[in-house]
Design a protein around this ligand. Structure first.
Ligand SMILES: N[C@@H](CCC(=O)N[C@@H](CS)C(=O)NCC(=O)O)C(=O)O
Length: 218
C-alpha cells in the first residue's frame, strides 16, 4: 500500500490520512507529492486524478478522500478499533468526524496552514480575530467539553479509546497551538486545552512532526 501525501509541515488532510494508516498497524509506504506549482499539480493529478492528497493506493485501486480512507481502514483492520464499539458512541464519533470533514470553514480560512504557518515546530503566529472564527472555536470547545465529560473516564480521548475522531481533530490542535489561540476566551474550562495537548503528545503525531522538521523537501 502506498499513501500519497503532501508536505508534512502543512498538509492537514495528509496528516489525518497518515495517522489513520499508522493506527491500523499495517505496513504502508509514503509517496511525497506537492501541488504548489502547475507542474507539481499536474504530476499529482497523474497519480491522484482529483488533484488532492492524501490518496491511498491499494492493489490496483485508489482511495482519494480522507473520510473514505478512514472508513475503509476501520472496516479492513477491525482489530485496530478505529471506531467505538458501541453503536451510539460510534454515531457520535462519526458525527464529530464528519463535522470536522465538512465544517469549521472559518477555522480553516483564518488559521490556514502553509509555508508561513506550519503545523509543526516552534513557529507561532499572531492570533486572528473574526466573529465567524469565534463561533467555530466556541463550537469546538463545547463539543470537546461535552464528549470529554461523557467519555473521559476511559482516557484522554473524545470517545473512550483513541479513534478516527481524535485523528481528525489533531490538525486542529496544531492550528490552535500555532495561532496561539486561548480557548479560555471561547468558554474552555481547561478541558479542551488538555484534550488538544494529548493529541499533540501522541507518539504518532510526534513522529510526523519530527519527520516534517527533518525534511529538507519544502
Ligand atoms: N476532501 C478531501 C480534502 C483534501 C484536501 O483538501 N487536501 C489538500 C491538502 S491538505 C490538497 O490536496 N490540496 C491540493 C490543492 O490545493 O491543490 C479529503 O478529505 O481528503
Amino acid at each position: 500500500m502506498e499513501l500519497i501525501i503532501g508536505l508534512r509541515a502543512y498538509s492537514t488532510w495528509s496528516l489525518r490520512g497518515w495517522l489513520t494508516m499508522k493506527a491500523t498497524g499495517a505496513d504502508f509506504s509514503v509517496i511525497d507529492a506537492r501541488y504548489d506549482t502547475p507542474e507539481h499539480k499536474a504530476a499529482l493529478e497523474a497519480v491522484s486524478p482529483s488533484g488532492f492528497v492524501p490518496a491511498l493506493r491499494v492493489g490496483g485501486e485508489l482511495i482519494w478522500d480522507t473520510l473514505s480512507l478512514a472508513e475503509w481502514a476501520a472496516e479492513t483492520y477491525p482489530q485496530a478499533k478505529l471506531w467505538p464499539a458501541d453503536p451510539m458512541t460510534r454515531a457520535l464519533a462519526r458525527s464529530a468526524t464528519a463535522e470536522m470533514h465538512s465544517g469549521f470553514s472559518a477555522l480553516r480560512s483564518f488559521c490556514g496552514t502553509g509555508p508561513d504557518h506550519p503545523m509543526v515546530g516552534e513557529a507561532r503566529a499572531e492570533t486572528p480575530s473574526d466573529p465567524a472564527l469565534d463561533r467555530d472555536l466556541a463550537r469546538l470547545v463545547a463539543l470537546f467539553g461535552q464528549m470529554r465529560r461523557r467519555f473521559g473516564i476511559d482516557g484522554p480521548w473524545l470517545f473512550g479509546q483513541r479513534c478516527i475522531a481524535d485523528i481528525f481533530f489533531t490538525p486542529v490542535a496544531a492550528r490552535v497551538r500555532h495561532f496561539q489561540i486561548d480557548l479560555a476566551d471561547h468558554g474552555d474550562d481547561g478541558t479542551a486545552v488538555t484534550y488538544l495537548a494529548a493529541l499533540l503528545d501522541h507518539p504518532d503525531f510526534r513522529q510526523w512532526e519530527a519527520e516534517a522538521l527533518a525534511s529538507t523537501w519544502a
